[in-house]
Structures are given as C-alpha cells and as structure tokens.
Design a protein around this ligand. Structure first.
Ligand code: ZN
Length: 183
C-alpha cells in the first residue's frame, strides 16, 4: 500500500480567488513546487481533494474543470498525481448536481474513494487544508491533519459557526512550512 498527502486546492496550492473557473485566475502560491518535490522524495502520492460548487452553479462543466486542473498541474511540473472533486451542492442551480452527497467536504467520501482507487494506507497519510471542512473530512477518514492558517480563513475559523470544528493535529503557515511535521 502507498502513503499519500491529500491536499485541498484553493488556498493551499493556488491563491484562493473565490469562484475559480478561468485559467487566468490560477495563481500558484510561493514554494509549492519545492514542497511537492520534497513530499515526492519521501514517496508520498499527491492527491488533491476539492469541492467544486462552480460546477453545481453552472459556471464550468466537469470536462472544463478537469482541463483547468490539468492546466494548474502543468504549472507545477505535474507533481499532483490525481485530482478528486465534488461537483455537488445542496442548493445547486443545475438539478443534476443538487443533492446532499457523500463526497462534499466535510464528508470524507472523496478521500475514501481515492484510497480505494489508489491503494492508499490512510493511517500513514495526511490531509493538509486551509478550512475546517478539510480538517473534518481528513479526521473522519482517519488521516493526520494540518491546518494552513491564512488571513482568509481566520474569520471562518474564529467564528466557527459554519462547521463543527475539530482541532487539526498541527498548524502551519503554508504548504512548505507544513512539511516540518511530516516524516
Ligand atoms: Zn459530492
């Protein structure tokens, strides 16, 4: 079995610009390539786990989202092994995506699906994200977790109304900084 680092996308790999559906809005954060290379050297698979309500809103199709993810990956030397995304939303504009699913974070569905597909040992794997929903989904799947703290997520975390917040195992400033916790 393999070990993996599960990563949230926006706010961890690229700048969180809100609703991202255009290539020109993909801005890679500093030191991401360096961090991903270090994780590869430690034999971790890199798997992105991301909610994509932009699909449920009808701003982008699944096909285009896959193209956008591939574009993002090309900017970071294709260091990401797989992307898993949830296209659903309880209040989706598009009816086919309107439901309460098992894969939208904070649910752990995407992580569990990836673990099955890719033969990942969850007990040796980590979730790194910048939102409480990342931490909750990681913990629910049995992962060790690291919360990346930023100005953007500060409010969500402090008010804590939206999620039933569980504490992450560790906290860091960015992806490269998070590596100090990972053997
Ligand atoms: Zn879903």
């Amino acid at each position: 079995m393999k070990k993996a680092i599960f990563l949230d996308r926006d706010g961890v790999i690229n700048k969180d610009v809100g609703l991202l559906y255009k290539k020109k809005d993909v801005k890679i954060l500093p030191n991401v390539i360096k961090a991903l290379k270090k994780l590869k050297e430690k034999d971790y698979l890199i798997v992105v786990i991301t909610n994509q309500p932009v699909i449920a809103r009808g701003l982008i199709t699944e096909k285009r989202l896959i193209e956008l993810n591939n574009f993002l990956n090309s900017l970071i030397e294709n260091l990401i092994d797989e992307f898993y995304f949830c296209p659903h939303h309880p209040n989706a504009n598009l009816e086919i995506y309107r439901r309460i699913c098992e894969c939208r974070k904070p649910a752990p569905g995407l992580i569990l699906r990836a673990a099955k597909d890719l033969d990942i040992d969850l007990t040796k794997s980590w979730m790194i994200g910048d939102m409480p929903s990342d931490i909750v989904s990681g913990k629910s799947a049995g992962l060790k977790t690291i919360l990346i703290e930023s100005e953007k997520n500060k409010k969500v975390i402090e008010t804590g109304k939206k999620w039933d917040i569980e504490e992450s195992d560790y906290k860091s400033k960015n992806l490269l900084d998070a590596l100090k916790y990972i053997k």
